[in-house]
Design a protein around this ligand. Structure first.
Ligand code: GAP
Length: 463
């Protein structure tokens, strides 16, 4: 097994063992490509989404938030092109009947298909390389059916009482940005936003992804953090470049290591796009897309004007000029950021006497638990009482954990594995001096801090 596969296995296992990520419906045998976040996972995920919201809405003067519904009028998905064009090429193994994405099978043997390739072109590539390709499930080589395109939209019967799925299909949204486009006019009419301005949204999206692999990198139910900036055509490219810079800097500010990030330019743009770059992260399986930053021109609002029959053009209040705004999009998955943050933080360290520790060196602002409070001994009521007092004084401001289980060394290891920046121990000296011992996750150094200074100590050091 390669070093990188091992790293992925270690991360998946730590996520399960320490309550970050559980496979969905596990007691029923699981449910492919769907995952649940456990008690530390939900904190990390929330901190990631809060950091994005702070950078994109709170700190930006011309971006406002939105929370549109998962269900929308089905015509929206016709206008967006998802009903006719949102598909992946699929082939079936003739031996075990497992279905796989042809582009992924080709990728595994070093052949890269283009997103824009027709079914026919993909089939030519498959035929040419078939003998090298193994079925990921049963390992049989070269026995694949012809590739067929498979639509990724997830259908539902919401509001459908006729039972005719084809005619009355509704969809769980395949991306959150369509909710932004269809609310463009509402936002213009209800806020003081003037073009250029942006609308940001965090929310669930659903795709019938064919290949369930790479853990939470590719889920069927996932969360997107998307921002659509509405601009004039003449300033669109400048605004696009500005956002490329901002989004790169955002990951550095978040604490992601720059050596694990790189740009990828799309070579073949969809017909309406002017520019498309992805920020890739070095996941355990290699560099892959984390975020897309795309210049979509006036395609989205033009399509929705056409399909809804409503004029979505914008009138400049000063010049009275009327135009359909262009869109600059930044789109990233919260789950992909989660996997990148955990991969970036995962560290194995050799300690004295041949011991090792696994520590998640999260950027402090993302750590699920900020401080763990320990009484040195569980069976000394005076220590437990003092530790509870300290814990109660901090918990309204910081996500804290009280732990009196096992020896201190074990408690440190546990907190290291969930990435807690500070462990605070209350011992007999505390009762005499009013000082606690604060242990730093990364340096493992300890220092004494007065109980009354602890809050300020955390505020300063958690920045
Ligand atoms: N509105 C544009 C859009 O949806 P996309 O490249 O299909 O573009 C944007 O998705 C981002 O959403 C990706 O960069 C990725 O971070 C995330 N994403 C897409 N599909 C995903 C999936 N199946 N599981 C987890 N995240 C996904």
């Amino acid at each position: 097994m390669s070093k990188d596969n091992k790293l992925m296995e270690k991360i998946v296992s730590l996520c399960k063992r320490r309550g970050f990520v559980f496979p969905s419906s596990e007691i029923y045998g699981g449910f492919a490509a769907v995952y649940d976040y456990g008690s530390y996972g939900v904190e990390l995920s929330k901190n990631i989404k809060d950091a994005w919201w702070k950078a994109m809405v709170q700190e930006e003067d011309n971006i406002v938030g939105l929370d549109s519904s998962i269900f929308m009028h089905p015509k929206i998905w016709e206008a967006s092109g998802h009903v006719s064009g949102f598909s992946d090429p699929l082939t079936e193994c003739k031996q075990c009947h497992a279905r796989s994405r042809v582009d992924h099978l080709l990728e595994d043997v070093g052949v890269f298909a283009d997103e824009k390739m027709s079914e026919e072109e993909i089939n030519v590539l498959l035929e040419e390389n078939k003998d090298k390709i193994k079925c990921p499930k049963c390992g049989t080589k070269g026995k694949f059916s012809e590739a067929k395109n498979f639509n990724l939209l997830v259908q539902s019967n919401l509001g459908n009482f006729t039972g005719d799925w084809e005619k009355e299909a509704t969809y769980l949204r395949g991306e959150t940005c369509q909710g932004i486009y269809v609310n463009f006019k509402n936002v213009v009419d209800s806020t003081r936003m003037k073009v250029p301005f942006g609308i940001a949204q965090i929310g669930k999206a659903f795709r019938n992804e064919i290949t369930a692999r790479q853990f939470i990198f590719r889920k069927r139910e996932f969360e997107q953090m998307e921002m659509q900036m509405f601009t004039r055509s003449e300033e669109g490219m400048d605004i696009y470049e500005k956002w490329r810079e901002k989004r790169w800097q955002y990951y550095l500010d978040l604490g992601i290591k720059e050596k694990n990030l790189k740009w990828h330019e799309h070579e073949n743009l969809v017909f309406y796009a002017k520019a498309a770059w992805d920020i890739e992260y070095k996941f355990p399986f290699g560099f892959s897309e984390m975020e897309g930053i795309h210049y979509r021109t006036d395609y989205d609002l033009t399509q929705h004007s056409k399909f809804s029959g409503k004029d979505l053009s914008y009138r400049d209040p000063k010049t009275n000029e009327k135009f359909i705004p262009h869109v600059v999009e930044t789109s990233v998955g919260a789950d992909r950021t989660f996997l990148a943050v955990i991969t970036d933080a995962y560290t194995e360290e050799k300690l004295e006497e041949g011991n090792e520790r696994v520590v998640l060196k999260f950027p402090k602002k993302l750590a699920p638990i900020k401080a763990a409070i320990f009484p040195l001994l569980k069976n000394k009521p005076e220590l437990v009482e003092k530790a509870k007092e300290v814990y109660n004084s901090l918990k309204s401001e910081f996500m804290c954990e009280f732990d009196d289980n096992g020896n201190i060394g074990k408690r440190y290891r546990r907190q290291d594995e969930i990435g807690t920046p500070y462990c605070v121990t209350i011992d007999f000296d505390t009762l005499e001096t009013g000082e606690v011992t604060v242990r730093d996750r990364d340096t493992m150094e300890q220092e004494n801090v007065k109980i009354e200074d602890l809050r300020d100590y955390l505020v300063v050091n958690l920045k």
